[in-house]
Design a protein around this ligand. Structure first.
Ligand code: 4AD
Length: 577
């Protein structure tokens, strides 16, 4: 009971007849007032009220108790009163001690705050000036630091971590996009206002000499910048708006997506984006060495490639137009002009599926090659994946980043498994996988859904070139095989942990067969006159494929979702930031 509550209870009692009532069955210490109509529950409550009165009044009060089961009140026994008084004494002592402790704590906090304030005021008086007697500092990026040890340098970057050690030392881990650098600030350098109030993600300039760390100590690249002068370039907020309050590892995934512009500063996200940059370059280098030309087809188109259900339609040209699903048809038109071609362009799919491997905008690496057979196409896809991975693996910096993200990753050098669609159906049935819609065995003609396909790929544990899909479940341009017209010269490359990464096929190259395919699909050939012309002006057997860059990255970096493998993912319900 607080002092105020006691005082109010005492006031009520004073109106009564100097008797406090305790009903051990029906009373209440919380709401009771000690009167007969509103008794306390315990003698302790009554003793506490009496003890709060002036001493001369205390002796005039008596306590009446009604035990559980009794009909009437009787005066409290001497032993019960003694017991209640003892309990009250202990409680009072405890409360006093607590009050003393909180007063002491408050005093300490106030002293600390005052000291902090004094330190801040003092810190404002310290103004750093670059020592003009020192050699001029050369501006470097962190990746150049190893070659610039023992000379005076200046490094710009963002505060990734910082730690104060004792009164006169502060460690800052600086990040500039090319690496991390441990920096040591001593004495006056860590007493300035900017040092005392330094926040994570502030942009700073640090001057000094890079020295190897003493034996037994660790730091990125085995060295640290011994700072002799520094200043803040752009301060980041602290307190409620500090970056760690805006986003952290535990944040809800949708909040992390809202704050993706801040998330990408994190170690994992930035490493994935850097590996992505290397992957794009490795594809370009691979195609360049293999004699392909890069082309950049339009994104705004009037044709569909992969079925009408995922088309993004827009109204601007006063006739129907869409965002491209695939650049394949345009690549095909380039063959007579440039030979083998490739593109690294965005493709758009108005997917409704909310899966970890579907985006509505993704980077599509597509290639088209003239005068090849279906087997050549399979070899080309396998050779590209292995070739690009080898390029990444042979670059020490990229290998280190991949190892950091996916420690168990090793380039796959064995031949990829080649499996026909029909064999996959048999595998699913032999392994007890059932169709989701009716719980029955899979049959020839069924589209293999993502989940069983992934289970099969993970169980086999090797890249699989899955071939010869039935025509009706594949795109209109895929030709039937000569020996079995039920199936097409088509292929999907399936990777463990990710699933389909590449989709490709030979293309129907006979004019009339293609015309029939358009008709079967209900497509208006007026929009495809240029595509049909390819079959008119020197047609030839050809084939190609498309690889989803984000899925390829998810495989290499062991990312759970393709959403982590692009800068700002776009998918159903998400178009920001
Ligand atoms: O299998 P797809 O639909 O094939 C084509 O678009 C062909 N026209 C490509 C060609 O032959 N030039 O898509 C090819 C690849 C898939 O294997 C997958 O990696 C990726 O593109 N992909 C997606 N990636 C992320 N989100 C989506 N919604 C994707 N749809 C396809």
């Amino acid at each position: 009971m607080s002092t105020d509550e006691l005082a109010s209870k005492t006031a009520q009692i004073c109106l009564g007849d100097n008797l406090l009532f305790v009903d051990e069955a029906a009373g209440s210490d919380e709401t009771g007032t000690g009167t007969k109509c509103s008794p306390y529950l315990t003698a302790l409550a009554a003793v506490a009220v009496v003890a709060s009165m002036p001493e001369e009044k205390q002796a005039t009060f008596k306590i009446a108790v009604k035990k559980a089961g009794d009909e009437e009140y009787s005066e409290i026994t001497a032993s019960a009163l003694k017991k209640a008084k003892k309990a009250h004494e202990i409680m009072a002592k405890k409360a006093k001690k607590q009050a003393e402790q909180s007063a002491k704590d408050k005093e300490q906090i106030e002293a600390k705050e005052a000291e902090e304030q004094r330190r801040l005021e003092e810190s404002k008086k310290i103004v750093l000036v670059e020592d003009s007697s020192l050699p001029a500092a050369k501006q470097i990026r962190i990746k150049e630091a190893v070659d610039c040890r023992n000379t005076r340098v200046k490094v710009f970057g963002w505060v990734s971590r910082h730690r104060v050690q004792g009164k006169d030392m502060m460690f800052v881990v600086l990040r500039d996009g090319t690496g991390h650098l441990q920096c040591v600030l001593n004495d006056r350098l860590c007493h300035t206002y900017d040092a005392v109030t330094l926040t994570l993600e502030s942009a700073v300039a640090l001057y000094g000499v890079i020295k190897e760390v003493p034996a037994g100590k660790t730091a990125p690249d085995g060295h640290e910048l011994i700072v002799d002068y520094w200043y803040v370039v752009g301060k980041a907020p602290g307190g409620d708006d500090a970056i760690t309050n805006r986003v952290n590892e535990e944040s809800d995934p949708s909040l992390r997506l809202d704050q993706r512009h801040l998330v990408i500063r994190g170690d994992r996200a930035s490493a994935i984006l850097k590996v992505r940059a290397r992957v794009m370059r490795a594809f370009r280098d691979h195609f360049d060495v293999c004699g392909y030309h890069e082309v950049t087809p339009p994104c705004m188109v009037q044709t569909q490639v992969e079925g009408g259900s995922t088309l993004f339609e827009f109204d601007y040209y006063k006739e129907k137009a869409y965002l491209t699903q695939s650049s394949q048809l345009y690549l095909e038109t380039c063959l007579p002009s440039m030979g083998a071609v490739y593109t690294l362009s965005e493709s758009y799919r108005a997917e409704t599926s909310h899966t970890r491997r579907h985006l509505s905008e993704y980077t599509h690496c597509e290639a088209e090659i003239p005068f090849i057979s279906f087997n050549d196409l399979l070899d080309t896809i396998e050779g590209m994946v292995k070739g690009v991975v080898k390029r990444l693996w042979d670059e020490p910096a990229t290998r280190a980043m991949i190892k950091q993200l996916n420690p168990t990753f090793e380039p796959y050098t064995e031949p990829f498994v080649r499996m026909r669609y029909e064999e996959a159906i048999a595998w699913l049935n032999e392994h007890g996988k059932k169709r989701a819609e009716d719980g029955k065995d899979f049959e020839f003609g069924d589209d293999i859904p993502e989940a069983p396909e992934r289970e099969m790929t993970d169980a086999i544990g090797k890249p699989i070139l899955l071939t010869h899909f039935p025509g009706p479940i594949k795109a209109f341009y895929m030709p039937a095989t000569k020996d079995d017209p039920r199936v097409t010269e088509s292929v999907d490359l399936l990777m463990p942990n990710v699933g389909e990464v590449v989709g490709g096929s030979m293309r129907i190259w006979d004019h009339d067969t293609l015309l029939a395919a358009f008709k079967r699909e209900g497509l208006n050939t007026d929009h495809y006159y240029w595509y049909l012309d390819q079959r008119k002006y020197g047609t030839c057997p050809h084939g190609g494929f498309g690889l989803g860059v984000e899925r390829f990255l998810a495989w290499i970096t062991d990312s759970f979702s393709v959403r982590d493998c692009c800068l700002y993912p776009r998918f159903v319900g998400r178009c920001k930031p």
